[in-house]
Design a protein around this ligand. Sequence first.
Ligand code: FES
Ligand code: FES
Length: 172
Amino acid sequence: MTSPSDLSAPDALHPVAMTVNGTAYTLEVPARRLLSDALRHDLGLTGTHVGCEHGVCGACTILVDGQPMRSCLLLTVSMDGAVLTTVEGLTEEGDRLGPVQQAFKDCHGLQCGFCTPGFLTTITAGLEGNPDPTHDEAREMIAGNLCRCTGYQNIVKSVLRAAEIRREGGSA
Ligand code: FES
Ligand code: FES
């Protein structure tokens, strides 16, 4: 465990052991390293996008121990022992699209796609908590994520379609 006094030297490196998409990693990172940067630059998982870097847009959302969190607001050193899922981890065995990915494809839930990874992770967690959302609940589920391209209608449709795919027990 890293103590606050260890973190005072800005260039000192700190070991962090975490599991990302089922693979165990140990990183050596400065105390200030944001999780979004560690994922993208240290692990090469560039599916996690960075928009505002202020916790507003949701593009950087990943799952930390199953809960959606803004990776731009987390320090990597705080992730020791955590189990993370990024958008890359939503794909199923044999490169089959996961239910939310498939639903976005089916319902044209993306345009430029910049916001999409954050929506996919947010909705994945949301459907764990509420597998059969109403239209309003689907809207509420995505209320914390911003998209500059779409009117959200197709994203809401994608939430409902993903729920349907999950209930059918598959990805298509
Ligand atoms: S980049 Fe993290 S919320 Fe916008
Ligand atoms: S599809 Fe372009 S920002 Fe959402």
